[in-house]
Write a protein that binds this ligand. Sequence first.
Ligand SMILES: [Zn+2]
Length: 274
Amino acid sequence: MSFLESKVARLFLSLYRAATLRGAVEKAAQSVHADLLPGLEAWTAVPIDVDEVAKTRRMVVGPVLSSETCAEGRLQPTRDGFVFSVRADSHEHRRRFSIAHEIGHTLFYEHGEGGPRHRLGLLSKAELKAEEYICNLFAGALLVPAVVLQRLVPDAPVWTATNLMRFAERLRSTFRVSRSVLMNRVADVFSGHPPRVVIEFRYIENTRTKQDPKLRAVGSTGLGPARGRYWVWANRTPAGMNLDSVNRMFTVQMEHSPSFCARGYVSTFPSQRE
Ligand SMILES: [Zn+2]
């Protein structure tokens, strides 16, 4: 079954009367900002107050999830709405994303006398996966509204690697999202970007063996024509990708500013003369 053939995807397209999943996701994200005046969407206040949006979706905060669970969030329908939980040890950006993702799940419910009911009832594994995917897209679109991103970047910036990084780091704090969420939204909203892959590295242990700390890829985003066609497996080291320059720059940076390195390290390629 292709993803777009899933019942969940077809339901989502029909709910938001859109021809494409991306179109439906943007419409869904706008629809939950209930107090927005039509035409003024681009002036939506950011960072988005996800806790407020959750309240308008009849979601109340439940007990936090322990760090032992692998789930980032959980949503439970009740008679009056929903109880949602997020992990106690989540970073603020992650917590915001988890809440936005759970808000996405509420879109698949309808409210009846006995409380909210999933519009499709019990779902198969493949359908559940499809819903998860849509909720992730929705969370990005809710936290980084396309119209606001376009307003903040009115003229197509010169997309050199340095400009892209500067622009992304600034907007990341404006929207209070992780680098990967911001980059994915840049990729979605500015599809005319020249082909490039942005890889985020961190100095961490091997995620499988829990040993051997090294600079390792934690995420990647393809921009422009590279969108969806090129990515990097998490955990890989720059040496494993023949990106020796990244290792060399990291060593220099480590000597000068260890605290910067602890926060993370970002590089793009193909490298570009600027
Ligand atoms: Zn989920």
